[in-house]
Write a protein that binds this ligand. Sequence first.
Ligand code: SAM
Length: 186
Amino acid sequence: MPYSHPAERYGRVYVLRIGHRPERDKRITTHVGLVARAFGANGFILADICDEHVMESLRGVLERWGGVMHLECGVSGRQYVRKWKSEGGEVIHLTMYGLHVDDVIGEIRESQRPKLIVVGAEKVPSFYYEEADYNVAIGNQPHSEVAALAVFLDRLYEGRELRIEFPGAKLRIEPSPRGKKVVSLE
Ligand code: SAM
């Protein structure tokens, strides 16, 4: 059974990707954006730099597979965080050094405030640890921004995001036990 977009129930959720290095991170930053979309975030912000390769890939997926997601790049990550908070939103920084997700997700889910989820690349400046309302660990082991974001959104939305039907899709997959069934909706 299809669900309405989880944001209707849980409030606006944007993802802020910081520390992108164009020479190394194109693929992983694109995957952060793809997870943001597929797992129900409403916005993806690439901070401090514009990488057209990344942004174009995300636009292409939105065009073919549907959904509405605010895309932005090149804005200052620090200013974005300050503005978000000044407008009443809360900032959730995903880091292996943070509090265990199980210990804070209930409170985060209940707050209903717009949520900015910050994910890093290599070393994250202390500014983000200090400004975050929550520093959240998806377990206290090092892994990946893609995995951390996916698990966080899945916990936030209690699994509902995997049933989103994206408006405006040109393609839809018909689940099949074997092989690939893709339906054109045009
Ligand atoms: N040592 C780095 C740091 O400063 O946190 C970790 C870099 S890691 C390759 C890139 C990003 O993945 C981190 O900035 C964080 O957002 C995310 N990440 C990795 N492991 C995580 C975990 N266990 N919990 C939450 N986020 C994690």
